[in-house]
Design a protein around this ligand. Structure first.
Ligand code: CEZ
Length: 788
């Protein structure tokens, strides 16, 4: 493909061939209890649940009155996994992956697969392979290292594994070489001050171990002793013949292993390493026995591959856009599954995130979606209000952002549930009885009725929804903190949520309720049209002091994307307004990397809007190409049958296929990031740069847009509704869709005639666009003939 990036196995393997072209490019692995984020140069961040998120390496410094280790020389905590290779004859040293030595490499390959990540590096006549994976349930990194001679002569070499620990405990930390275990064990005490915290922390996994199956020649457990004054690129431990076997005694610990070897020509050194946290040495020994015994890694790999495959989703495609196929066929479901199976590794996910992740689950593992709706609704107040976060484990608390009142959580209930119902036809769920957080219980149906009533009540005398300290936009915290400000987006979302719920009510025979809901939606739409239409687009809201913002008169934050998108969903915008606002989006928000969330970006704090205006211009909610918001826009464009415009927005979420685009974004096409930098006019140098953050509601919406809209394979109570909106340039495409236990092999073809969509099911023409009587277990061949 090009020198920097290529793929193998139809996009299942992505390979970056330069450590410096996309220096922040990264990949992630996760299991039910941990997440590992590694970048192409060898920096890594890992997190595990105990049950709150914690780190066994590179801990964040915890707030405390005590200054951190004032008596220690200050060594920075490098969050990496490094291997050094030293030719004992020449004394030359290089490191794998690339950091920290940054030697000139003959070959560099960062290899990303769904179930493992690694490197293939060629330097100094050695070929080094290092790969990491994780098991399904244990918190441990499984590393395979191979160093092979390619010079054809015998070599004397030393190989080192250096895994910095980077504890931040100002109470207690140490490290010891443990030849009896075949590695190094570091220990700390998670710092705390409140006596109650002792009882919470006492069984924490406060040890970090690095063990190898291959017996090391020497060990080091003291970071300062290893790095010496040569630093990371030339650590004392590597320049000397042998690691000193030192310990760390209230000093910064490190895990360093050395293997000195005489290698025959073309010979290879191989080792397997395990790195992770544990509470006790017995636990470490048990992990050693489980993984470092013969076949231990292989067994874990098989189970992990199966785990990842269990979330492969309901859609495989073959289109004229090969790079899109690669993302959809290999990476889209994986990212969606990650979100819904482990809830972004928090114990109190934000309610809107939790519900949108459940929406994604509808396409990969519907049982997870069902469980999530039940859990979320069981935490609703009987008033209909939803909490800011959903508590997932005993003892979890609403923390940080979840202590800030946001007013939008109820809108996500019908919107996300509708995807689940379409997918599964599980309308029985609506009659399921669930408790309220403050006592009493009612059916799911009643819970959602109350949520809609709560939204409808939470409006001002103009009929617009209060924003309090935020809506979908978390950091928009000062529009309504005095209790009067309203959100244009939330009002439109309220109208849309009412309509979605009305459609569901109609399907279960509640036509009176549906009519009431539609009337309520009309009322909100009318209020928005009356107070927030600014002439060419919709305003974002009205502040506590009665000032409309997101309007033409504003210098910064003139146009916001969300109200425009949701006015198309809620139907507030008629065809005339739609034309104007789509033009405004194009004029103000469009960039080669996608549509920005707002423009121009705020350059200084605006106290009647909030901290969103303090974020760097073009970053995050302050005018990035915020993919989650862009996904709403795409979905709305499909709603009004703007198929080409919608596809363009979706396509721009993926880096590539051109290498220039991949370089500008700095990211591999293995996930959709939460944003790309905006401020396209103000800061063109950084525009397009990926945030590298793979926690985002975007992917669930991307999935939904593809399944239901682009390929138009949407479930209804009667069967499968086929209403594709293929990009005009596609002459043909194919989709294999899993639906209610059946497989649909669907081919799309543009033909001159007939003028309407025609369906042919297993050779028989179908009247209309609905496929009925679907039998689980069956495979159907569906031909979709589209007008040219
Ligand atoms: O968080 C996301 C939230 O998790 O931002 C979205 C919001 O809808 C999601 O629920 C838009 O605001 O500074 C902040 O508080 C930010 O709002 C971030 O926490 C933001 C990050 O981008 C997380 O990915």
């Amino acid at each position: 493909m090009n020198d920097i990036y290529r793929h193998e196995q139809q996009g299942a393997v992505c390979i970056l061939a330069s450590p410096t072209a996309l220096p922040q490019a990264a990949a992630f692995l996760w299991n039910r209890r941990m997440m590992l984020h590694v970048n192409c140069r060898g920096y890594a961040v890992s997190q595990f649940m105990q049950p709150e998120p914690a780190k066994y390496a590179h801990q964040p410094v915890l707030e405390a009155k005590t200054f951190m280790q004032p008596e220690q020389p200050y060594f920075t905590h490098h969050p990496g996994r490094f291997f050094y290779v030293k030719d004992e004859d020449s004394g030359r040293v290089f490191s794998v992956p690339f950091e920290p030595v940054r030697a000139a490499l003959i070959k560099f390959e960062f290899v990303v697969r769904k179930y493992e990540v690694g490197w293939r590096v060629h330097c100094d006549d050695f070929e080094v392979h290092a790969f990491v994976s994780v098991p399904v349930d244990d918190v441990v990194e499984l590393w395979r290292l191979t160093v092979r001679d390619v010079s054809g002569r015998a070599r004397r070499l030393s190989v080192y594994a250096y895994f910095p620990v980077g504890y931040a405990s100002w109470m207690n930390q140490s490290g010891e070489c443990r030849p009896d275990l075949g590695g190094v064990v570091a220990s700390c005490v998670t710092p705390y001050q409140k006596v109650q915290d002792y009882f919470k922390n006492q069984h924490f996994k406060d040890k970090t171990f690095l063990l190898a199956d291959e017996v090391p020649t020497a060990y080091e457990a003291n970071q300062a002793a290893f790095e010496g004054w040569g630093g990371l690129a030339a650590p004392t431990g590597v320049t000397q013949p042998s690691l000193s076997g030192g310990d760390a005694r209230y000093e910064v610990a490190a895990c360093v292993l050395q293997w000195r070897r005489l290698m025959p020509a073309d010979g290879a050194f191989e080792a397997r390493l395990i790195f992770g946290p544990a509470e006790t040495v017995d636990e470490i020994r048990a992990l050693r026995d489980k993984y470092l015994r013969a076949g231990g890694f292989e067994q874990a790999a098989r189970a992990y591959e199966q785990y990842v495959a269990s979330g492969s989703g309901c859609l495989q495609i073959e289109t004229p856009d090969e790079a899109l196929d690669h993302f959809v066929n290999h990476w889209m479901a994986r990212q969606t599954f990650y979100h819904c199976d482990v809830n972004r590794l928090t114990t109190d996910p934000q309610t809107r995130n939790y519900l949108q992740d459940a929406m994604g689950a509808a396409f990969v593992q519907p049982v997870l979606a069902r469980a999530a709706f039940i859990r979320a609704l069981s935490q609703q107040q009987s008033s209909g209000a939803m909490p800011d976060g959903i508590l997932l484990v005993e003892g979890a608390e609403l923390k940080y952002i979840n202590q800030v009142p946001h007013m939008d959580h109820c809108v996500w209930l019908p919107i996300c549930l509708s995807a689940y119902l379409d997918e599964t036809n599980d309308f029985a769920l609506l009659e399921h009885t669930l408790p309220f957080a403050d006592g009493g219980s009612a059916s799911v149906r009643d819970h959602i009725d109350r949520a809609m009533q709560w939204l409808h009540r939470s409006r001002d005398e103009r009929g617009l929804n209060f924003i309090a300290q935020g809506d979908w936009c978390d950091p928009m915290n000062m529009v309504g903190w005095k209790g009067r400000g309203v959100s244009g987006w939330l009002s439109l979302a309220t109208a849309y949520a009412h309509q979605v719920w009305a459609s569901i009510c109609e399907r279960v025979g509640r036509s009176d309720e549906a009519a009431r809901l539609r009337a309520a939606a009309d009322e909100v739409n009318a209020a928005v049209n009356h107070h927030l239409w600014d002439g060419q687009w919709y305003a974002r809201g009205i502040t506590d002091d009665g000032v409309a913002f997101g309007v033409a008169a504003d210098e910064a934050g003139k146009v916001f994307l969300n109200p425009q998108s949701w006015s198309m969903l809620s139907g507030a915008a008629d065809a005339f307004k739609r034309r104007l606002l789509m033009q405004a989006v194009q004029d103000w928000l469009d960039t080669p990397f996608g549509v920005m969330k707002l423009a121009p970006p705020y350059q200084a704090m605006r106290e009647d809007v909030g901290r969103v205006t303090q974020k760097h211009p073009g970053s995050a909610e302050n005018g990035a190409v915020y993919n989650h918001a862009a996904a709403f826009y795409a979905y709305a464009l499909y709603e009004v049958k703007e198929a080409d415009a919608a596809f363009k927005v979706l396509r721009q979420m993926l880096p590539g296929p051109d290498v220039d685009d991949i370089v500008a974004r700095g990211q591999l096409p293995v996930f959709i990031p939460n944003y790309y930098r905006g401020a396209y006019r103000e800061f063109p140098r950084t525009a397009g740069r990926s945030s590298q953050l793979f926690n985002t509601g975007t992917v669930a919406w991307f999935y939904r847009c593809l399944v239901e809209r682009l390929f138009g394979l949407q479930g209804t109570p009667e069967g499968l509704l086929v209403q594709p909106q293929l990009p005009a340039a596609w002459q043909r495409a194919r989709a294999v869709r899993q639906f209610r236990g059946a497989t649909f092999d669907v081919t799309y073809e543009r033909r001159q005639a007939p003028p309407e969509i025609t369906l042919v099911l297993d050779g028989e023409p179908v009247a209309g666009t609905l496929v009925r009587n679907i039998q689980a277990g069956a495979t159907y061949h569906l031909q979709v003939l589209l007008p040219a």
